[in-house]
Design a protein. Sequence first.
Length: 94
Amino acid sequence: MPRFVVLSDVHLHNGWKHTSLQVQKSNLLDLVGYCTSNNIKTILFCGDMFHTHGTIKTEVLYAYNGFIQFSKSCGINIIGIAGNHDHADKFGEI
């Protein structure tokens, strides 16, 4: 039986009032480590990777890209659905 991790509502954001971007990045990389250690090859992401609508800061995109690239390098596939925070505007235009 295939094994996978379900994840949603990460809300990556620089300046988050409770958790820094560095901690969020570390948590995502820890998740990849967990998947690797437990022979899990798929992460199903159910939306809201980003916190803001529209403009996303460069360092947040770098954190996201690092997570994607590290996952790929470990042989983990990510299947994702865009959440309401993952669109550029309220009409769903990217």
